[in-house]
Ligand binder design. Sequence first.
Ligand SMILES: Cc1cc2nc3c(=O)[nH]c(=O)nc-3n(C[C@H](O)[C@H](O)[C@H](O)COP(=O)(O)OP(=O)(O)OC[C@H]3O[C@@H](n4cnc5c(N)ncnc54)[C@H](O)[C@@H]3O)c2cc1C
Length: 411
Amino acid sequence: MELQNIIFTDAHKEVREKARTIAIELLLPHAAKHDKEESYNEAAMAEAAKQGLLGTWIPKEYGGSGVGILGLALVVEELSKCDPAFGVAFAVNALGSIPLIIGGTEDQKNTYLPKVASGEYACAFALSEKFAGSDAGGLSVRAEQEEGGWRIFGEKKWTTNGSRADLITCFAVTDPKSRSRRISAFIVKNTDEGFSIRLDEDKMGIRSVPVSETVFNGVFVPDDRLLGERAGLGFKHSMMTLDWARPGVAAQAVGTAAGALDLAVTYATQRKQFSKPIVSFQMVQAMLADMATETEAARWLNYQTAALADAGKSVSKIAAMSKCFATDTAVKVATDAVQIFGGYGFMENYPVAKYYRDAKILQIYEGTNQVQRLIIARNLVKEAGKMEHYTSVIPKETQEAFGGELVGGNC
Ligand SMILES: Cc1cc2nc3c(=O)[nH]c(=O)nc-3n(C[C@H](O)[C@H](O)[C@H](O)COP(=O)(O)OP(=O)(O)OC[C@H]3O[C@@H](n4cnc5c(N)ncnc54)[C@H](O)[C@@H]3O)c2cc1C
């Protein structure tokens, strides 16, 4: 485990404070209404843009505030605390634009990132397809090269922000015969001819952010919108993006857990049974104590992950741990919060039911938690080869050489 200082600068504290103000003033009072109506909180997003928060993860030289993935985690956590659905509506802009930061040419970075930072361009990330979810290498959307550019054919499933995004990072097969260089990423604009939205899904949670089926019906993208200098780097870019973006999902989860916990503590001090506030019952206290401890553990694991990412370290294993632990925690804490509200927790006119519904998707998107566990286990196996001091204390009779390939699909 690599040690990395987690340093909160004044700039980090500033973006966190701005996010907290937006969350309390523009999210919390309206979250239920937007959820019920499946309407987007335009006012809050406009304010986030005005306050410069959409440039949080974008380097200063491209118009951002340069507070990196740690800044992103702090902002998303605050927003998700008051409305988890808005947390993803915000964070998906990072998911859609991080491929540009990781793999874009200098021209692409200069052209698009300042507009993302200012809020002029909303973003989406179109990787998943109807038959390619966890097996992201198995895409069928294809791009064919022609004079001056590429033409994209096919359909993507579950593109968060799809019907709102100006820029869609779309992953498509460009070399079907290659194993390692099969996929490339393209910068698609929502105004490109042939791009359309088939539908916005009807969802169990995060109902105020659209998740769309996006259709690429021979969309022509000029050469300068192939991400990077050459074709074939798309799979690598998508996996690197997910490593960097996972602290954003973990932050949604920490915020969701923290918001549900705050509501549960507040309610437990107000609700009386047997002539006493329910918070005086030790079983309720034990639930609250575990909820708080697990939320705090998830928070600091995520800050460490973000700090490592900002330091340019490889975060594949710890980002998977952080995403997995934080999102499992969010589901558990939101479930226990409903329990503390009793029957009222099951009612939609009380706020905690929405946290419960919003939490579930966190264990599924940006790599299911089963896939995160595969990533963690694979990294452990790789590291095992470097621990000869342990090998020497295990009696030889139980040792057999292990080839290093774990059973299980791609991730
Ligand atoms: C609301 C929502 C928003 C989304 N937003 C986006 C987005 O913006 N962009 C985007 O590209 N995608 C998005 N997705 C897609 C999301 O990332 C996928 O749903 C996810 O990766 C899982 O793929 P799948 O649903 O096809 O499930 P499958 O891959 O079919 O998995 C089904 C089950 O099998 C398990 N499983 C699969 N493979 C293995 C394995 N090798 N070992 C163990 N277990 C395994 C899974 O963990 C899961 O429990 C979104 C999805 C939803 C529902």
